[in-house]
Ligand binder design. Structure first.
Ligand SMILES: Nc1nc2ncc(COP(=O)(O)OP(=O)(O)O)nc2c(=O)[nH]1
Length: 272
């Protein structure tokens, strides 16, 4: 994992490759394996440090995808990218079997929005020895936005992430393999998301690299009602991600890689 940020060093950029028909901002755009691999290679060309490949939308109200269907979607893309690039590839999945198969196909990171809570997930992560992203989610993708509520969202998310990290370390996952993620939009209101971004130093204080994904998310529309179309949220995405990097985020997960890399570089140059 790259060095800590906040001292002018650029946060690493994780480019999103959604191999799904229904992702909230780019669903269905990568209809073929070739198209998805080409898109991934374009993200690398644009400066992505990591590629995140996912076969199941986690947007609010998303329909679950079967293990077989998810495998059919992601494995050919992981294999296709790995055959052309030797950089870090993360698999964005909640299913241990999908993570296992993707690592066998060349993925090096398990990005689990469910925080390794599926049956067998911690054992699988320990056995794979890959890096793991533990993300906070209140509820499930189908229910999480119904009525998100916290007394103190920063403290509650920090405590939850600390507990999950200790639990997976106890299950055999090496401490240095763990990244944390506050899960913006996963059981949070726009207000909660902004508070979590302001509270990133508290999450960094847990002693793990922090990943933030605000790209094209609904929080931006809550601030700019004109941005009803996720594709109209680039400016807000860049603002949220620059703020996150300035508060110590180590990895930024985004769709618009070229613009994000450029913004982070200029911001780092300003900070000297
Ligand atoms: N670690 C992490 N993983 C994530 N995976 C998916 C999404 C949702 O965004 P997207 O992939 O664009 O949409 P969808 O889930 O509809 O495919 N957000 C995160 C996030 O914030 N952090």
């Amino acid at each position: 994992m790259a060095g800590q940020t906040g001292s002018g060093a650029r946060a690493r950029v994780m480019g999103i490759v959604n191999v799904t028909p229904d992702s909230f901002s780019d669903g269905g755009r990568l209809a073929s394996v070739e198209g998805a691999v080409d898109h991934a290679l374009r993200l690398i060309e644009a400066g992505a440090d990591i590629l995140d490949i996912g076969g199941e939308s986690t947007r609010p109200g998303a329909d679950p995808v079967s293990e077989a269907e998810e495998l059919d979607r992601v494995l050919p893309v992981v294999e296709g990218v790995r055959a052309r690039w030797d950089g870090p590839i993360s698999i964005d999945t909640m299913k241990p079997a999908v993570a296992r198969a993707a690592v066998a196909a060349g993925a090096t990171i398990w990005n689990d929005v469910f925080g390794l809570r599926a049956d067998g997930a911690t054992e699988t992560a320990a056995a794979l020895g890959c890096e793991v992203v533990l993300m906070h989610m209140q509820g499930s993708p189908r229910t999480m936005q119904a009525n998100p509520a916290y007394d103190d969202v920063v403290e509650e998310v920090a405590a939850w992430l600390a507990e999950r990290a200790e639990a997976v370390i106890g299950a055999g996952v090496a401490r240095e393999r763990i990244w944390l993620d506050p899960g913006l939009g996963f059981g949070k209101t726009a207000h909660h998301n902004l508070q979590l971004l302001r509270g990133l130093p508290r999450l960094k204080g847990l002693g793990f690299p922090v990943l933030v994904g605000a790209s094209r998310k609904r929080t931006i529309q809550a601030i700019d009602p004109m941005a009803s179309d996720p594709l109209d949220r680039l400016g807000g995405s860049l603002a949220l991600h620059l703020f996150a990097a300035s508060r110590g985020a180590d990895v930024i997960r985004c769709h618009d890689v070229r613009e994000t890399v450029q913004a982070l570089k200029v911001w780092a140059a300003l900070e000297g």
